[in-house]
Design a protein around this ligand. Sequence first.
Ligand code: ADP
Ligand code: TRP
Length: 320
Amino acid sequence: MRVLTGIQASGKLHLGNYFGAMKQMIELQESNELFTFIANYHSLTSSKDPALLKQYTQEAAIDYLSLGIDPKKTTFWVQSDVPEVLELYWILSKYTPMGLLERAHSYKDKVAKGISPNHALFSYPVLMAADILLYDSELVPVGKDQIQHIEITRDIAIKFNNEHGEIFTLPEYKVDDAIATIPGLDGEKMSKSYGNTIDIFMEEKALQNRVNKIVTSSTPLGEPLKFEGCNLYAITSLFLNNENKKELQARYKSGKEGYGHLKKYLKELIWDEFEVARAKREHYLAHPQEVEAILQEGAAKVRIIAKEKLKVIKDAVGLR
Ligand code: ADP
Ligand code: TRP
């Protein structure tokens, strides 16, 4: 099955990205044809600094390869290296009713948070539809917040197919219900845009400082702590199996430990989980030409598919 996913290059990778999307994706490459790209055109909607966008794109490539994307199994590229996707984006815009985009939660949420909307932010789901439909993707693993974007993609594809025949494959989404939304330092959804992330690749000391910023209740030392509804517990349990979760619950209830101890424990768990990835990352940071070669090879491969598909689409709508 052809599985496609994209990640925004708008910041450093954080635990929300990892547990909400990457972990499932890395598992999927074992038994599927996995297409993964860095969605730098999408990141442009929120980018304020060109140098930073380039840097984030490069960092995302390195981080993905380090965390388990295997270029022998997975086709990995940067979105803007395949400009055909923008042609499709324009064509699909014609099959996208305004109301469909006006109802998009992620757009409405951003506006509600005070982000001043531009057209790119508004039409973001259409470009995402182009990403997915250009390659006849069958399955798109996403976090919960992205489900509606896949539904919009399907709506656009259905409208197009109704007019022009079965040209687009209707994609399904895959969400791991057990994972759901990963909370950030403040208990809100962990997100780069909210400044509440715990990044995967931090120096050890900086990581501890960041973990220490997780908001906890003001229970006095010596009293039992509540794990239900505790944000620190929610993040820590991502790293634990059921048995370890029970042990942690017992530590909360014992009344013998303060949040300081529990935060040290979480930092150790994060540090150990990403030990292998840190070593790979050192390698790629020292060999940027290897990373570039992987990305170029990926883009060349999907461009062939994109060009063929676009030919069929343009012909169907009457474009030369
Ligand atoms: P951000 O919100 O930090 O900008 P992205 O939009 O780049 O993160 O997210 C990349 C992927 O990671 C998406 O599939 C998204 O659903 C997933 N993801 C990001 N944050 C979370 C979270 N807090 N919980 C679950 N999944 C998340
Ligand atoms: N919007 C996605 C996100 O924020 C990134 C993305 C862009 C994407 N195009 C895509 C994901 C196509 C899956 C398929 O996470």
